[in-house]
Design a binder for this molecule. Structure first.
Ligand SMILES: [Zn+2]
Length: 161
C-alpha cells in the first residue's frame, strides 16, 4: 500500500500527476485534480532553457576619456549653422551647393531633425568657419559655467537625446 501525497489516503496504485506546477504521487481520486506529466509538458509552458547565454546585456558604460577624445556635437548646432549661413548671406540652397550637400539635409540640420556626421561636421565647420563640436577646454556655453567634475554622463545623454 502506498500513501497519496495529497490526501494521505492509502491506495493500491499511485498516479503521478502535476498539481499547480509540482509533481505528486496521488491516489486515483486526487489524480482528477492534477494533470498527468505528459499532458502537462505538452500544454504547459516550457521552462526557459538555461543555457549559458545570458539574455540581459549590461549596458556598456562609456568612459569619460572616450568622450574627451571624441568631438561632441554642440546642442545648438542647428542655430550655429543657420546663423553662420545667414551671416554669409547664403540661402540653404546656395550653401548646400557649396558644401555638395542636399539642401533638404542642410535644412534638417538647422531644424535639429538630423545630426551631421563627423564628415559633414568638418565640412560645415570649414566652410562656415564655426565650431560645431564640444571639446574640453574650448570656450563654449556648456563648459563656461560648470567645472569638469560637475559634468556627468547623464548630462551628455540629455543633450544627445
Ligand atoms: Zn488522494
Amino acid at each position: 500500500m502506498q500513501m497519496c501525497e495529497l490526501c494521505g489516503k492509502l491506495t493500491e496504485k499511485l498516479y503521478k500527476v502535476v498539481i499547480e506546477g509540482s509533481e505528486m504521487n496521488v491516489c486515483k481520486e486526487c489524480a482528477k485534480f492534477g494533470k498527468s506529466p505528459k499532458t502537462y509538458s505538452r500544454l504547459g509552458k516550457k521552462p526557459i532553457p538555461t543555457s549559458g547565454k545570458t539574455t540581459t546585456k549590461k549596458p556598456v558604460k562609456r568612459r569619460r576619456d572616450l568622450f574627451d577624445s571624441l568631438p561632441i556635437l554642440r546642442e545648438d548646432y542647428g542655430d550655429l549653422i543657420r546663423e553662420a549661413r545667414e551671416k554669409m548671406g547664403l540661402s540653404i540652397e546656395e550653401l548646400a551647393k557649396k558644401l555638395k550637400m542636399k539642401s533638404s539635409t542642410l535644412q534638417k540640420f538647422e531644424r535639429y531633425e538630423l545630426e551631421p556626421n563627423e564628415k559633414e561636421i568638418k565640412i560645415l565647420e570649414k566652410w562656415l568657419k564655426i565650431s560645431l563640436t564640444e571639446n574640453a577646454g574650448e570656450d563654449s556655453q556648456f563648459y563656461s559655467g560648470e567645472s569638469d567634475e560637475g559634468f556627468t554622463l547623464g548630462d551628455f545623454i540629455k543633450i544627445k537625446k
